[in-house]
Design a binder for this molecule. Structure first.
Ligand code: ATP
Length: 577
């Protein structure tokens, strides 16, 4: 497909609509016209990325360098282009004005290849080489193509078609919505939409069904449902394994014969951050190939005490890793085995996976151990285990159904969390996406942020729906940092993916997730989350932010509308008792 066709007939149309059905139709049409050798690239383009983030390749072009490339291609002096940029306010719009050529009819694959090569350039003189290559690319395309290339390269292409939308459109492009289940599974075990689509194009739905977990491709995490007592847990899943719930970073390890990669909760590569986990795996597994999952947290070497999340979170950084590793050593509590020496373990029941896991990690390692657990069908035993965990300063427990396979990417009652809760407080925190902010009055005005408008995720519609306005709770330093971060992703209008009745002073694209506690969930006509036919949705009462931005969660990992409704119902039940 010609890049011009892709841009003119699809990207321009996608950008112009906020309606889900129209988006599905545009994408489905695009997929019908695409060839097998370009479908992955088309999908990565629509996601605004060169490859899924876990591949570790970024386009990484700052606006500053892009402007230099544009100035060169458009034969304008750098100062005037900077001025023009301040007027236009969007790199895409600017590129469209500056580039005047008719284009050379490049294909999607050719444009992708050029950008890929630019992203790969490194070392001495690479900045100048990059600028020259981007300039050459701009000189080979028409204004409208330049608009999307400029946005794509600076990370500003936001079409609002998330992974759920792409998967739905893929199924529709084959005229069969029922394919969605298999496509979802393939995506959940590989986290790579381009790979899933390419497999569908090359080997059909049979190829999709035959896909299994693969080394180096993070598996999307199985997640916990909530219940409010040990009795309810036993009633729901009977005899179960009850594990300690550790409050640190979820970490998935992929160890092949020669290579080890670590991935975060949202499938980002975090290998360099935790050298002791890498080393422990190398020592423990020798020549074996394994995929494991667990929770990493800081502990006190002298006392053996596990440390709170705030301490562990200091390990998530890019610099000074050696010093941090010394100051805050980690323990890695492994709670699942997903792959071993050529065999996909996600299909096996929990009890079988756990048995093998214990065999595998028998050898004592100072860093790695299997998560602590008991097996029982007695609520009193669960309660005792829960109380003991809380006394140790841990978060609570996770009960697991003994025969359940690993449900990649889904939240269901195979795993049930029970957390400590205080009177007059929601039994669990929620993770919300910031979609806008109000400038604030009084002394807060000096930081430019008074309250933030926050939303939950609706996976059915692939949209974000508001549930609360939060008077932050951030420190002054954090407020300054937050304002800078939010202004970088400010949107001149309400983003298509945001569903809100409330209009903030500044809209922002859904990107940052924060953890919030509240007193309770109430019904509210002001918020769009879970709105019924009468227009009444749900809202959080007296929300408070915990910590800062959750870098291990992407917007689609936020609490969902369905969870808010469930939590509302759970809360009602507790109140009645
Ligand atoms: P979620 O990960 O479910 O979206 P969250 O990040 O807010 O939400 P919780 O819901 O509080 O975390 O708990 C689930 C998380 O608990 C898991 O993602 C995992 O990182 C962590 N965890 C700690 N101990 C265990 C365990 N033994 N088994 C499974 N998960 C555990």
């Amino acid at each position: 497909m010609k890049f011009l066709i892709f841009v003119r007939d699809f990207l321009e149309k996608l950008e112009a609509t906020a309606k889900r059905l129209e988006m599905f139709a545009i994408l489905a049409e695009l997929f019908q016209q695409a060839d097998a050798d370009e479908i992955d690239k088309l999908i990565y383009f629509t996601q605004g990325e060169l490859l899924p983030p876990f591949h570790g390749i970024n386009i990484g072009m700052s606006e500053k360098y892009l402007l230099r490339a544009l100035a060169k291609a458009g034969e304008i002096d750098p100062e005037s282009i900077a001025k023009q940029y301040r007027v236009v306010g969007d790199v895409g719009g600017l590129a469209e004005q500056v580039i005047r050529g008719r284009g050379k009819g490049l294909s999607v694959s050719e444009v992708y290849q050029s950008i890929y090569e630019i992203a790969q350039m490194s070392g001495e003189g690479s900045v100048e080489r990059k600028i020259d290559s981007v300039c050459r690319l701009f000189s080979s395309v028409s204004p409208v193509e330049a608009k999307y290339i400029a946005r794509f390269m600076t990370g500003k292409l936001r079409l609002g078609a998330g992974d759920a939308t792409v998967l739905e459109a893929l199924a529709l492009s084959r005229g069969d919505r029922a394919l969605r289940k298999d496509l979802d599974r393939a995506y959940n075990i590989t986290s790579d939409l381009g790979l899933v689509a390419k497999t569908l194009f090359e080997s059909g739905i049979e190829g999709i069904r035959a896909m299994s977990v693969r080394m180096g491709y993070p598996i999307r995490p199985a997640l916990c449902e909530r219940l409010s007592s040990a009795e309810e847990i036993v009633e729901k899943i009977g005899r179960c394994s009850v594990e300690v719930k550790y409050d640190g970073f979820r970490c998935q390890v992929h160890k092949s014969k020669n290579d080890i990669a670590l991935f975060s909760r949202n499938q980002e590569r975090t290998t360099p951050m935790f050298p002791e986990i890498v080393e422990a795996c190398r020592n423990l597994f020798g020549n074996q190939e394994v995929i494991l999952e667990g929770e990493a947290l800081a502990y006190n070497e002298a006392t053996g005490d596990l440390l709170p999340f705030q301490v562990t979170s200091q390990r998530r950084r890019k610099h000074g890793i050696e010093d941090m590793a010394k100051a805050f050593p980690l323990k890695f509590f492994v709670f699942d085995l997903l792959y071993l020496n050529g065999e996909d373990y996600t299909h096996f029941g929990y009890a079988d996976r756990r048995k093998k896991l214990i065999e595998l990690i028998q050898k004592k390692s100072p860093v790695m151990e299997v998560s602590q657990a008991i097996e029982t069908d007695q609520p009193v035993e669960i309660q005792k285990f829960f109380d003991a965990s809380i006394e140790r300063g841990l978060e609570g427990i996770v009960a697991k159904r003994l025969d359940a396979p690993y449900a990649a990417g889904s939240r269901n009652f195979n795993w049930i969390k029970l957390k400590r809760s205080y009177k007059g407080e929601l039994s669990d925190s929620v993770d919300l996406v910031i979609v806008g902010y109000f400038a604030g009055k009084g002394h807060r005005a000096k930081f430019g942020i008074g309250t933030i408008l926050s939303a939950v995720y609706d996976p059915e519609e692939d949209r974000f729906k508001t549930v609360t306005r939060i008077g932050t709770g951030f420190s002054e330093e954090e407020l300054v940092q937050l304002k800078n971060l939010l202004d970088e992703i400010a949107s001149p209008e309400q983003p298509h993916q945001v569903d809100s009745e409330i209009v903030p002073d500044v809209w922002v694209f859904p990107k940052y997730v924060i953890t919030v506690t509240a007193d309770e969930i109430t019904r509210s006509p002001n918020h769009t989350a879970g709105r019924d036919a009468e227009g009444v949705g749900y809202a959080l009462r007296f929300p408070r932010v915990q910590g800062f931005i959750r870098t291990d969660k992407s917007p689609q990992d936020a609490t969902t509308v369905g969870e808010i409704v469930e939590m509302f119902n759970l809360q009602k039940r507790v109140k009645m008792e």
